[in-house]
Design a protein. Structure first.
Length: 133
């Protein structure tokens, strides 16, 4: 995928999440033209991705999945709106899909899905409709 300026902002916002939430460990991530996929772990919540450093910190209730995703959406939307010289417009859909990765095999499958997702873009309904115009 070749990122637009908005896509660059989204990527930077994603990679900055551990600065805001030290308990967040990032894994695979991809930006698609109309959505993103990413794996993150809340280290210290009793869960961590395989190979994650052993972080000795007290898990903060402020570091929940809704708080992390909300911060990502909010920060990136504000920056994108500034970049595009607009105000108060939504950028992300309201909800998000979440899946708890329970074991190494599940992790490998999720990582593979994310890495291979760009190869499937030409099959996406939105892509196909844009080609008709």
């Amino acid at each position: 995928m070749h990122l637009s300026l908005a896509g660059e902002v989204a990527r930077e916002s994603w990679h900055a999440l551990p600065d805001r939430f030290p308990q967040v460990a990032l894994d695979e991530f991809v930006i698609m033209p109309n959505h993103v996929h990413g794996i993150l772990a809340l280290v210290g919540a009793g869960l961590a991705p395989p190979g994650a450093p052993n972080v000795k910190s007290t898990f903060s209730s402020h570091c929940s999945l809704p708080a992390v995703i909300g911060a990502f959406k909010s920060i990136s939307t504000i920056k994108i709106n500034r970049l595009l010289k607009r105000s108060g417009q939504l950028f992300w859909q309201r909800s998000y899909y979440e899946h708890i990765i329970r074991n190494g095999e599940d992790m490998k499958n999720a990582q593979r899905y994310i890495l291979e997702n760009p190869l499937k873009w030409s099959l996406d309904r939105e892509y196909l409709e844009s080609r008709k115009r």
